[in-house]
Design a protein around this ligand. Structure first.
Ligand SMILES: [Zn+2]
Length: 346
């Protein structure tokens, strides 16, 4: 058994905010095949038929656990896939750099016999741990590879922005693959994810492929903002209540005549609960300069409190708020100090 890890943050530059991105690999781990250990393997003819042309291949594998003899043998391409294989078996594959003393499996041209079953079948397990950065809000997925897949089983789970965990096996779990996805060339996916305001699900769909003939219950998504659809989207609406003229006096000494309109602002869904507040929209015919040069602001809006409206003092509160905001802009954009203030003691 061999174990090693890779720090992907170093290898691939890494994304900002990723605290951990590490790959973990366990090679040559013993495969657990309890049934086959107790009762022996169940040899069948395994292989594939190419969808293009007449090419096909046949070898021997255990129907239950997927382990193959070593060598796996090369059988007659006309044998039926899945039929029981009762023998014969040839000698083991000679070790590297060792000349075979026994004659090689009898070979009639293209065909050769399978060797003995491996005494200690091994597989591989790999994983990846990401901490600190994930794309989806939540995702969980299990993939069952096809017979030709590099990965027999793979799975991942992640919660944004905390962590992601990925696992895959080679060899391990082949009994599940043989039971669920023995035929065909497509990996199969079961997964659910939440991200971008959508819930997505896949129930035994082919990986990396989408087909319009797949029913929605097997491969679909749902806009999570059910409230948007049921009650309408969140919006602001305004109702003009009263309009007055007010004189704005700014600390810099200039004065401006403004039109002030008290508006009832309502926020909420078309058919849902709404919240209301007061705002005052203002406009100034010649504009108010707020930065060096001739940049002016012509109109905007400020909040006023309920009490100011009840008290009918809302125009005064609005003018003070406008003065505060424009003065803040003037100091931010280098409008310059008030001339009087430059004279000490003035
Ligand atoms: Zn077996």
């Amino acid at each position: 058994m061999r174990f090693f890890t890779i720090d992907y943050r170093k290898d691939r530059g890494g994304r900002r905010g990723t605290l951990v991105n590490r790959g973990l690999f366990l090679h040559q781990t013993p495969r657990l095949t309890p049934w086959c250990r107790l009762f022996g393997h169940r040899p069948v003819v395994d292989g594939y038929d190419s969808t293009y042309g007449a090419k096909s291949a046949r070898w021997v594998a255990c129907r239950r656990c997927g382990v193959r003899p070593n060598p796996q043998g090369r059988l007659d391409g006309d044998l039926v896939l899945g039929q029981a294989y009762t023998g014969p078996y040839g000698p083991p594959r000679p070790a590297k750099n060792e000349k075979s003393l026994a004659p090689m499996p009898k070979s009639d041209g293209a065909h050769s016999l399978p060797g003995p079953w491996p005494a200690h079948p091994t597989g591989e397990v790999g994983g990846q741990v990401v901490v600190g950065h994930q794309i989806n809000a939540f995702a969980a997925e299990v993939t069952v590879g096809c017979a030709g897949s590099e990965n027999t089983l793979s799975a991942h789970v992640g919660i944004h922005p905390l962590f992601g965990l990925y696992l895959h096996t080679a060899g391990h779990g082949q009994w599940l693959q043989r039971r669920l996805n023995a035929i065909g060339y497509e990996d199969r996916v079961i997964g659910v994810s939440i991200g971008g305001g959508h819930l997505r699900w896949q129930v035994w769909t082919t990986a990396n492929a989408w087909s319009s003939s797949t029913p929605r219950w097997r491969d679909g998504s749902l806009n999570l903002s059910i409230l948007d659809r049921a009650l309408g989207p969140k919006r602001y609406s305004y109702e003009d209540v009263q309009t007055v003229t007010g004189l704005l006096r700014l600390p810099h000494g200039d004065e401006h005549l403004l039109t002030l309109t008290l508006k009832r602002q309502t926020h909420g869904r078309t058919r849902g609960r709404k919240t209301s507040s007061w705002i005052v929209g203002w406009s100034c015919r010649d504009g108010i300069p707020y930065r060096a040069g001739d940049r002016v602001v012509m109109s905007s809006a400020v909040d006023v409190r309920d009490e100011a409206v009840e008290d009918r003092g809302w125009p005064a509160e609005a003018l003070a708020a406008i003065a505060y905001r424009i003065t803040k802009d003037r100091t931010r954009y280098g409008f310059g100090p008030i001339p009087d203030m430059l004279v000490p003691g003035a």
